[in-house]
Ligand binder design. Sequence first.
Ligand code: COI
Length: 360
Amino acid sequence: MSVPTSSAERERLLANPGFGRVFTEHMVRARWTKDGGWSELQLTGYAPLQMDPGTSVLHYAQAVFEGLKAFQQSDGGVAAFRPDAHARRFRRSAARLALPELPEQAFLDAIDMLLEVDREWVPTAPDHSLYLRPLMYASEVTLLVHPSEDVELLLIASPSGPYFPRGVKPVTVWLSEDFSRAAPGGTGSAKTGGNYAGGLLAQAQAAEKGCDQVVWLDSREHRWVEEMGGMNLCFVFGAERPARLMTPALTGTLLPGVTRDSLLVLGRDLGYATEEGQISVDEWRAGCAAGTLTEVFACGTAAVITPVGTVKSAHGSWTVGDGGAGPVSMRLRQALVDIQRGAAPDPHGWLRHVRVSSGR
Ligand code: COI
């Protein structure tokens, strides 16, 4: 058994957690076998894994994950944001990677179990939350290339601050033409580590070009805008009233972001026209030049909403709006954060409140 963290040590870790560096004291595990199906969920101490070097995931990357957040509520409780939507995406990702689908109730039960026991690790600081990371991997020891007959499920949690330490300061993006993230028929719509590993070199190239993030274009023509790094993109046309939001449609090569979906709903609630469509690089540039495309932002669970200020490519650079964070982006961000923290009503039932046996 691991030694419990003292409250002084926990407070020290929570004061400046960064993103994904600090982990709570417990984790939830389950095992699936081809013959026996899913085991019961098991709550254990957070601990390193021991793995046979022949474990399938180390070779063939048959694995999926999720990322969702739990928030300290203004009434003192704790709630997870849209865990049901994440549970559904976890199932879809698993199906694409030929992994077993975890029943949605088991996904929710795992989150309840971990939040109840590690409730003291939910940060209270603004912009901080408990980032929950469910994952599943091929644990069969074999070098055969086949769907694993033994699978491990884990849920770990990381008290975290903003993904981008600079907060909502606009990022500069590089339009990648040398690399592709996903192609039709591939794994682009699944949340699987290989998509991120394959993006690292493009991200390094973006950094070399003086950019914070890479923007992915379609793999066939390198013309249509798809995503940014590990986040979706949203384009704002027109002045604040009436503004129109457009996010690239889910063609099968994009990740169906839960934040993306939430912002489409909130956008409509706030009176904006919303649309899932397509935009080419030329249209992006021309829209900014004409002043009709007023704001662009990236959205994801980890980064929430991050404005895009400057765009760079092999064919030139341009600024979005005045290069700063736009009013529509900031209004949407506030509306989302207020619901997540219980500071505004939750008309869509997005929060799952956790039963808590001990207060702090
Ligand atoms: C998220 O937004 O939760 C992500 O998964 C992006 C990244 C941290 C992998």
